[in-house]
Write a protein that binds this ligand. Structure first.
Ligand SMILES: [Zn+2]
Length: 289
């Protein structure tokens, strides 16, 4: 098989896996790979990724002009073009709507906590790109902010995007994000999410080199505090990893339904709706009578 026919077959296979794993429904999602220096091979518009054939793919140039193919390229082509423009190292882009990770994207909770070693050594942190109307120029604009420093991100109220040095590495990052989201969800439902200490995170970063894993950007220094946080995400990866003081896991960091990771110790903040607060006051008054 030629390189092109292999890549066409690989896109079909990755699409089939994404659909089989429930990362896409109906015609959702899209996949592209570089075809030489100045062309892209891309999934077409309006097809189910679980039932594609190699001949369905489009070939475009790096400005999105169709060069070959019976069908039109993906409606999210602009987002793919933006990635290739900013990341010369990237050979493939995968976009899907994996349900647990997308749930985090809908809740506005980024996957940035230091929880799993394999996530820290492969993707690092997974931020959320701001909400943008799908298929418009807004989406590449939102992605641009994070793509220099991240190989994977959530898209607010939409889905997830991963990139890689080849198609399978981009796809496996999508698997890692969804798997991480599942584990994070379970830990948060259980009410406790111990974090890997910053010192251990730094040790894991050093291991990246040993395994030959290239990170797009380093982890942000501890003092990258708001309001520079949004700007920092463009240059480095924000990872929530508290100092361990000799411990490798920081215990009793209790997950909460809020995104701020507030602790449920004596000084914790709790939030009540007006109705809940009124009910508590009424109960207290009733018990005084
Ligand atoms: Zn989408």
């Amino acid at each position: 098989m030629t390189a092109e026919s292999t890549l066409r077959a690989d896109i079909v296979e990755v699409g089939r896996r994404m659909y089989a794993r429930g990362y896409t429904a109906s015609n959702d999602g899209n996949i592209s790979v570089r075809l030489g220096a100045d062309r892209l091979l891309m999934t077409p518009k309006s097809v189910c990724k679980g039932f594609m054939t190699p001949d369905m793919m489009c070939i475009t140039d790096l400005d999105g002009r169709k060069l070959q193919g019976d069908r039109d390229p993906s409606s999210e082509m602009l987002m793919h073009l933006e990635v290739y423009r900013h990341r010369r190292d990237v050979q493939a882009v995968v976009h899907a709507h994996p349900p647990i990770a997308t749930g985090f994207a809908v809740a506005g909770i980024p996957l940035t906590r230091a929880v799993l070693a394999e996530v820290l050594t492969t993707l690092g942190s997974i931020p959320i790109a701001e909400y943008a109307t799908p298929s418009t120029q807004e989406l590449p604009d939102a992605v641009r902010k994070y793509i220099t420093a991240h190989d994977g991100m959530l898209l607010a109220n939409h889905g997830a995007l991963t990139v890689g040095a080849d198609l399978y590495s981009a796809y496996y990052k999508m698997e890692t994000i969804e798997h991480f989201a599942k584990i994070s969800l379970v830990a948060r439902l259980l009410g406790r999410e111990n974090l890997i200490a910053r010192e251990e995170v730094e040790r894991l970063q050093e291991l990246r080199g040993t395994y030959g894993i290239k990170a797009p950007a380093p982890i942000c220094a501890d003092d990258a505090a708001p309001p520079s946080l949004a700007d920092a995400a463009a240059l480095c990866q924000i990872v929530e990893a508290p100092p361990g003081g000799g411990q490798r896991l920081v215990p009793n960091v209790v997950a909460s339904s809020s995104a701020d990771g507030s602790r449920t110790d004596g000084d914790a903040e709790i939030r009540l709706t007006y109705r809940e607060l009124s009910a508590l006051i009424e109960d207290a008054i009733r018990s005084l009578r």
